[in-house]
Ligand binder design. Structure first.
Ligand SMILES: *[C@@H]1O[C@H](CO)[C@@H](O)[C@H](O)[C@H]1NC(C)=O
Ligand SMILES: *[C@@H]1O[C@H](CO)[C@@H](O)[C@H](O)[C@H]1NC(C)=O
Length: 488
């Protein structure tokens, strides 16, 4: 009798193996969620991956390999509530596998931003000596802006890629395509879904290794495998759906599952490249190969600027060449979060900011066409005044006024947008005015951004992101923004 019972139990176990989700623990024996077939299917373009081979070879040689991640909220870690976000899984694994001394990761992603922001402000988010940059915008950038490619959105994206490729170490730029089941176009779960398709053209053109979540795992989602179920999302039943649901909410992969899978796509690419270098070492010819030179832009005339265009955080002080009378660079914070800026309460005092407003993209119709400048200034409900904005040096603009006073009981940076003609030595002046809506004259400014294209332009128009990056970047030594500095 018991014999039959045992064999029935045994048969049950053999027939229906329980698909357990591998537990996460740091260390040399990392348990992979993806097997090699699935992980390799997630490589949607590999090409010669020369730059990646160079970066990994450096690490193999015992030198520091710097890895940076850029993107929106998925990369910044939303949805990773009780587990690491995907960049953190990646950085942990790299350290545990190859050694802390040869790997340094930094996460420069900012939720709610599109590549257009990063194209202007990359200098705030990427360490100059980076070796690998992972770029995640397939979800946040609009899926089909018109006319195809010849639009602000795709032009900005291409310039971001070009600028990153030109960083001093010739970094490997790798596209990371995530996928949001519930927001796929034109219906939830649609396979053809987001900007990945158009981004792929850039991968082919610039030979950028690319990783695709849907190429790896779409069928696992359809089949509802544990950890890959696209719905319901986990925050509807946190305990019951842990290690089952792929997403935490309708957009963001769950840290326990989805974020780990995205990280594994990158980990697999590094693992393969490392092993490949054993059998096929990097040659001198390869390291000096012409693929390090950039071709002309894929979108005709879409040349990136060489000068920095984003001055927020400590970078803002670089635009102020002479010590301004009546203005002070101060941290006005009442909380833990830094709140730096140039502040004046003295009527008539002038702040001069020197910037290069030359546009490079061919959309500029001649040297006299104007570019958009965005000035970040504080709006608050107490003691705030007005200032006049003018242009001098080798550029000009229509004079305008910023008013720091508003009736709402909050204090936030806002963006003042104005158009300026192009010049290499453009001087923006700000003069505190006697007139005021509050009876007081305090003016505070914290940043300047310059668009790279002339003419009507979207600009950054994201004052929340600008304020966040401005504040948090003050916490790092080199002045760049890093997600992990946020929590302090
Ligand atoms: C990996 O898993 C897939 C199913 O997701 C399966 O088809 C494939 O054979 C497996 N590959 C290996 C190497 O085990
Ligand atoms: C700014 O001031 C706040 C409040 O005094 C403080 O907590 C913070 O550390 C300061 N930040 C910097 C970067 O000095």
């Amino acid at each position: 009798m018991w014999c039959i019972l045992v064999s029935v139990l045994l048969l049950g176990v053999l027939r229906a193996p329980v698909l357990a989700y591998p537990p996460y623990a740091r260390g040399k024996d990392y348990a992979w969620v993806l097997n090699s077939t699935d992980a390799n299917n997630g490589i949607s373009y590999l090409g010669s991956h020369t730059r990646l081979r160079m970066a990994v070879d450096k690490m193999k040689d015992g030198k520091l390999m710097k890895v940076a991640t850029l993107g929106g909220s998925i990369t910044a870690g939303q949805g990773a509530v009780d587990a690491p976000n995907w960049p953190q899984y990646l950085f942990n694994w790299l350290e545990d596998t190859y050694g802390k001394e040869v790997v340094k990761g930094s996460n420069g992603a900012v939720g709610g931003t599109v590549s257009g922001y990063m194209s202007v402000c990359h200098n705030m988010h990427v360490p100059k000596d980076v070796d690998i940059v992972l770029v995640e915008y397939s979800v946040n950038d609009w899926h089909s802006p018109a006319p195809t490619f010849q639009n602000n959105i795709r032009r900005g994206y291409e310039r971001l890629l070009r600028k990153l490729l030109k960083y001093p170490n010739n970094p490997a730029v790798i596209l990371v395509h995530t996928y949001v089941w519930s927001q796929a176009y034109p219906f939830a779960g649609s396979f053809w879904s987001n900007a990945e398709r158009e981004f792929h053209e850039f991968a082919l053109y610039y030979h950028l290794p690319s990783l695709s979540l849907k190429a790896c795992c779409y069928q696992k989602m359809v089949a509802g495998e544990p950890g890959f179920q696209p719905h319901p999302v986990r925050n509807t039943n946190q305990d019951g759906l842990k290690y089952k649901a792929f997403y935490w909410d309708n957009i963001h992969p769950d840290g326990a599952t989805g974020a780990r899978v995205i990280a594994e796509l990158v980990m697999n690419l590094v693992r393969r490249t490392y092993a490949e270098l054993d059998v096929q070492p990097l040659t001198e010819e390869e390291a000096a190969s012409p693929s390090l030179k950039l071709p002309a832009p894929m979108i005709p005339g879409n040349v990136e600027s060489i000068s920095d265009k984003c001055f927020i955080g400590n970078f803002f002080t670089e635009t102020v060449k002479e010590k301004p009378k009546g203005w002070e660079w101060i941290n006005e914070s009442l909380t833990e979060r830094p709140k730096w800026g140039y502040v004046s309460t003295v009527v008539g005092s002038i702040l001069k900011m020197v910037i290069d407003t030359r546009a490079t993209a061919s959309q500029s119709n001649g040297k006299d066409s104007e570019v958009l400048v965005e000035l970040a200034y504080l709006k608050s409900y107490e003691k705030m005044g007005k200032a006049e904005v003018k242009c001098g040096g080798d550029c000009s603009c229509k004079a305008s006024v910023i008013d720091g006073h508003h009736g709402i009981r909050n204090s936030q940076l806002h963006l003042h947008n104005f158009y300026v003609t192009q010049g290499s030595n453009c001087i923006i002046t700000l003069k505190v005015l006697a007139e005021s809506s509050s009876g007081h004259n305090k003016v505070k400014v914290a940043g300047l951004m310059i668009s790279e294209e002339s003419g009507e332009h979207e600009g950054i128009r994201n004052h929340m992101a600008v304020e966040y990056v401005h504040d948090i970047s003050q916490r790092s030594k080199d002045g760049t923004f890093e997600v992990n500095n946020h929590a302090r």
